[in-house]
Design a protein around this ligand. Structure first.
Ligand SMILES: C[S@@+](CC[C@H](N)C(=O)[O-])C[C@H]1O[C@@H](n2cnc3c(N)ncnc32)[C@H](O)[C@@H]1O
Ligand SMILES: [Zn+2]
Ligand SMILES: [Zn+2]
Ligand SMILES: [Zn+2]
Length: 425
């Protein structure tokens, strides 16, 4: 393999207690691009087919479909040709299996990685700092449940891909799967809807903080790392691996479960937002610590169980409202879910009602430059526009735009498209 090419302004170093990490060698301002990385491998989610090009992830109308399987869609012949080495792993199988072709997204991604690794002769442009094979995996930390899940993925690989792939041995497959779990990215659009999965080895060097100084966004199949705070020379750069709405205990549990570490960032140490996030009602009889603890347990179980029904959602909001304030994050979580369900059921008035309750606390609880706030303003703006509440809609879209110009960059298609949307084009 050729030597590391490196990235200007960025250096890899050993971050005490965190393994490898990245730091900057010059100052960066909020909104500035630090670096970008093309996906090493990626897949488009099955339910995005027809709306987005499988190859370049451009969203547009009138995509042309693969003449064989009629399932993959492309901008043009050039995108289709470039995509064939990846698509050929699936095209024939999808025709043969029909409705029974259902590998998980992880399995689809891993199949593409295996294929690329087999053909790879030299360092790829996604590996200027870190080779995919050197990514952290935490194999030794995995519990039985995770091991079983990986065995199921390996069975899926053999079932759906054996005709077109030479598999490495079982141990190498287990290592690869654990690396994908620890370093995989969900590619999201500007509303934070998932478009697919991808691996960006260089970006996988970023450690986590709950007070991140960079944000990762996507432009087609490239990931971009932008500053959301002023960063001084020599400072480590941190992204957030998780949704930052949740209180410290929940964040720590999630980080431990997926990434096997305990976060020691400023917010995890001071828990300065937890009180705000865990607001309880002001009642004449003070609520005991035990009551709050019990309600937290209940809320966390409800989050685990809750997926589908608006009815169940409303019930749990009513129940929690006897103790929690409307801006308590467990109530916010449920209202956000309820908004999603309303949207799914095309009940736009209901969605706006829940969205409005969530919006204000969000602006207090998330950092100023947050993808979550931007996506919420976008959703609300589009909802208002659909409901003919034009001036409220424009105002929400403009708030989304102000954040997106910083986190996505002023020249991102999401930004130019949104400007057109605001102008009514
Ligand atoms: C995507 S990798 C980041 C790069 C990693 N440090 C490496 O050497 O490859 C994720 C892993 O980095 C480590 N890590 C990330 N953020 C951390 C933090 N704030 N504290 C401790 N370990 C962290 C954990 O081992 C985690 O599973
Ligand atoms: Zn394309
Ligand atoms: Zn096809
Ligand atoms: Zn933290």
């Amino acid at each position: 393999m050729v030597e590391c090419e490196g990235i200007a302004g960025i250096e890899q170093f050993s971050s005490p207690g965190k393994g490898r990490g990245l730091r900057v060698s010059r100052a960066y301002e909020a909104g500035e691009l630090l670096f970008s990385c093309p996906a090493y491998s990626y897949i488009l989610s099955v339910n995005e087919r027809g709306f987005i090009c499988e190859q370049c992830f451009t969203r547009k109308k009138g995509l042309a479909k693969c003449g064989k399987c009629k399932k993959a869609f492309y901008c043009n012949v050039s995108c289709q040709k470039k995509n064939w080495p990846m698509h050929k792993l699936e095209c024939h199988a999808m025709c043969v299996y029909g409705e029974n072709w259902c590998p998980s997204e992880t399995v689809r991604l891993v199949a593409r990685i295996i294929d690329r690794l087999r053909q790879q002769k030299e360092r790829s442009p996604s590996e200027k700092l870190l080779l995919l094979r050197d990514m952290e995996g935490h194999m030794e930390d995995m519990d039985n449940e995770k091991r079983e899940m990986n065995e199921a993925h390996i069975a899926g690989l053999h079932h759906f891909y054996s005709k077109h792939l030479d598999f490495p041995d079982h141990q190498a497959l287990l290592t690869l799967l654990s690396q994908v779990h620890c370093n995989g990215f969900t590619v999201e659009d500007e509303e934070l809807s998932s478009l697919g999965l991808a691996i960006f080895p260089d970006i996988a060097l970023l450690n986590h903080s709950c007070c991140p100084n960079v944000i990762v966004t996507y432009r087609g199949i490239n990931a971009e790392v932008r500053a959301v705070q002023k960063i001084s020379p020599g400072q480590e750069i941190y992204t957030s691996y998780i949704d930052l709405l949740y209180p410290t205990e929940d964040r720590i549990e999630r980080l431990r479960d997926i990434y096997y570490f305990s976060c020691d960032c400023k917010e995890c140490t001071t828990k300065s937002m937890d009180m705000e996030k865990m607001k309880v009602r002001k009642l004449s009889d003070e609520i005991s610590q035990k009551e709050i603890r019990d309600m937290v347990c209940y809320a966390r179980n409800a989050m685990e169980d809750f997926r589908r029904l608006l009815e169940m959602c409303e019930l749990s909001i009513d129940k929690m409202s006897t103790v929690f304030d409307d801006a308590n994050i467990y109530i916010l979580h449920m209202m956000y879910q309820a908004m999603g369900i309303c949207l799914f059921m095309e009940n736009y008035e209901g969605a706006v009602r829940y969205g409005e309750k969530v919006m204000k606390p969000y602006t207090v609880l998330y950092p100023a430059y947050s993808l979550n706030i931007a996506s919420m303003y976008l959703k609300m703006g589009r909802l208002y526009m659909a409901l003919d509440r034009k001036s409220t809609g424009i105002s929400a879209l403009q708030k989304a735009l102000a954040i997106m110009e910083v986190v996505h960059g002023k020249d991102h298609t999401y930004v130019t498209e949104l400007k057109q949307e605001i102008r009514g084009e």
